[in-house]
Design a binder for this molecule. Sequence first.
Ligand code: SF4
Length: 67
Amino acid sequence: MKELLSTKVLAIDFEGCILCEICVELAPHAFRINDAGFVEILDIDVYSDENIHEAVNNCPKDCISWE
Ligand code: SF4
């Protein structure tokens, strides 16, 4: 049985996003630019590793948040 390590979920404020791709560079396992040209949060088991925290902290528009 898979252990639930985190109940936090990432959210992106698309109005604030300037598509700088910093989040994609820092945590490519969690973020990507989709075909429609928006940042997409990928479906992974745990959203709490260091790279994701770095992406959240380094987004220049503060548009990645935890819910
Ligand atoms: S780091 Fe922030 S502004 Fe840049 S692409 Fe990611 S969500 Fe958008």
